[in-house]
Each structure stands twice: as structure tokens, then as C-alpha cells.
Ligand binder design. Sequence first.
Ligand code: NAP
Ligand code: ZN
Length: 347
Amino acid sequence: MLTVNAYAAPSATEPLIPTTIERRDVGPHDVLIDIAYAGICHSDIHTVRGHWGPITYPQVVGHEIVGFVREVGADVTTHKIGDRVGVGCQSNSCGICEQCLKGEEAYCLNGNIQTYAGRDYDGTITQGGYSQATVVNERFVLKVPESLPLDKVAPLLCAGVTLYSPLKHWNAGPGTKVAVVGMGGLGHVGVKLAHALGAEVTVLSQTMSKEEDGKKFGADHYYATSELETFEKLAGTFDLILNTVSAKLDIGQYVNLLAVDGTLVLLGAPSEELSVVGMPLISGRRSIAGSANGGIPITQEMLEFCAEHNVLPETELITADYINEAYERVLTSDVRYRFVIDAKSFA
Ligand code: NAP
Ligand code: ZN
């Protein structure tokens, strides 16, 4: 066992605090990673605050992990000491179901093991990336292209693939109109990716305050959802709408913005029920769908795509003692656009 420093939530209502956790011994197929940076995803907050149901405390979160390989197990062939690597939302899966065999580990039929707050096959609760080091099965370790600066890469491991995967699945590209709802951590990467894929990109944000940034990131259009005219003006426009909002939205309003055959994809994951009237779906053969981050092959593809197209998240580098303040800023949409923790500060 390896004891490492970390920051953990002691309960749903208390701030995160410094602590130590144990990482398992490096097994034959394991990789020990010295963590360099860890991004803060809104899912971390949903999880520690119990928005998605009760969890076991103390809990270390963080599923946007990058660092360097320190040690590899005897049978590891895909990674070597010193490699720049990343770990995203999943760190294990059954490996034998139809979805795993297709490389769709996010949809493992036997339940993929989340990087944190999941129960691993050995019965332990997984602990995430707000720490100095981690041990992960080699199948879930991504290779980080040399040209990408490591601190900027971290958010790609969740935010990047969560947007890249539906953009590819629903064929965003030249000639398609894509709207991104909410320009936070996920949303701003979505704007950059959709633009790099050649789609016509619209941001639907609560206000116009981030318009200049949105256009800089590649948006062709920018509208405020607080203005009712937005919904009148854009009715019937989009082939694909990616909803990254962390709070409950009136989904029906957004269904009306879809073109015929358009799809509204839910990425933001508030726990409240959503309701929608059927007729606008029927009359325009429109769909509402959901999408979870992405399997390992598409995550690797996304990293290569970002290297090739120079797509990098906008990050604010923080030290561990700022995590709780960062959470408050995420909750008030005061994030520009992803907090990344410098793991040296866990020492
Ligand atoms: P974030 O950085 O907080 O961004 C969310 C954005 O939503 C905010 O920046 C804000 O954008 C908008 N927003 C927030 N509250 C709102 C409200 N009450 N009404 C309307 N808009 C609001 O969060 P994130 O890290 O991008 O994560 C977003 C959501 O995606 C979370 O629920 C997270 O759990 C989920 N998620 C899902 C997956 C998946 O696999 N599907 C993966 C990762 C995260 P504007 O200021 O531009 O309006
Ligand atoms: Zn995430």
C-alpha cells in the first residue's frame, strides 16, 4: 500500500480537508501515476454534496487527472515509466460485455467503475484525483500527446470527451448547426471542439457577459437565454443542442429550438426530473438524448484531435487550499473556465 496526501470531503455539508489515503499495491496490470494536475468538474461537487444520492465519506473526488508514470506492473505493455498520462471518469469496467468489447466502457453493461465514489471489483470505494498519486488499471490510462501542456490537458479527460463524444456521435461538422447551452467547464470546451469540427456554433448562455470569450473560442453566434426573444428568434434552428447546464432547465423551450430531426443531448446532470410536452417532438421528429463522457478509444481520439487542432481548455491554476473557494465560484458560474489543482500543493 502507498499512503498519499489528498483532499477529501468528510461529509455532504462540510468543506474538503487535507487527509491521507491508501493506494493499492501495483498489480500486474496496474500503473502508478504521480499526479501533476487535477481538474475540478461540477460532478465533483454534485457527488460530495450528495446531489446524486448518498455516498461513503470521507471521499476524494477528481476525474480529470494527468501526470507521469512512476511504476508499472509486471504485465503492463502499454505504458512505461516517465510517460505523460491521463485518467478520466472511469478507472475500471468488466471488459467482457458487448459495450466494453466495442470500447464503449462508459456504457459497460455490468456497470463501469467510476474513478471516484465507485465500488471497485475488490470491494473498495474508488478515490479520485485530488491527491499526489493514484493506481489505475492500464486499460484506463490514456496517453497524453507531447505537444499538449499538461495543466491545460487535465479538463479534457472529462469535459473534453463529454463534449467530443456526442459531437461525433451526432455527426457535427461542416453544414451542421450546433448550440451549446451553458458556457462553463464543459460548455467552453464544447464550443472549441464544435468549431474545430467545422460546425456552425451558437452559445446559449444565461447572459451576454461572456460573449467576447465565446466568440474567441469559436462561436459564430451568442445569445442570452434570459431574453425571451432568443427562443422566438432561434425556433427550429439547430441540428444538435448540447445541454451542459448543471441545474434544472425548462427542456421544452430548447426542444423548440431544434430543426426537424434535430437532437437535444442532455450532458448536464441535475438530479431533478425534467418534463416535456410530446407534440413538439412528434411534429418535428425531434429527439431528446443523453450522453456519458466516453469510452477509452474515443477519449484517446479526442486527445489526438485536440493536439492536432490546438484545442485547449481555459484554465485557472489553483493550489489545494483554494478548492473550497473554487467550488463556491463554480456554483455561482464564476469559473473561467476550469479550475485545475496543482498537485504539488498536496505535498
Ligand atoms: P460548470 O462549469 O458549473 O458549468 C455549468 C454552466 O451551466 C455554467 O457555467 C452556466 O453557464 C450554466 N448554468 C449554471 N447554473 C444555471 C442555471 N441555474 N440556469 C441556467 N444555466 C445555468 O459545470 P461543468 O463542470 O461544465 O458541468 C456541467 C454539468 O455537466 C454538471 O451537472 C455535471 O455534473 C455534468 N457532467 C456530465 C457529464 C456526463 O458524462 N454527461 C460529464 C461531466 C459533467 P452560463 O453562465 O454560460 O449560463
Ligand atoms: Zn466531470
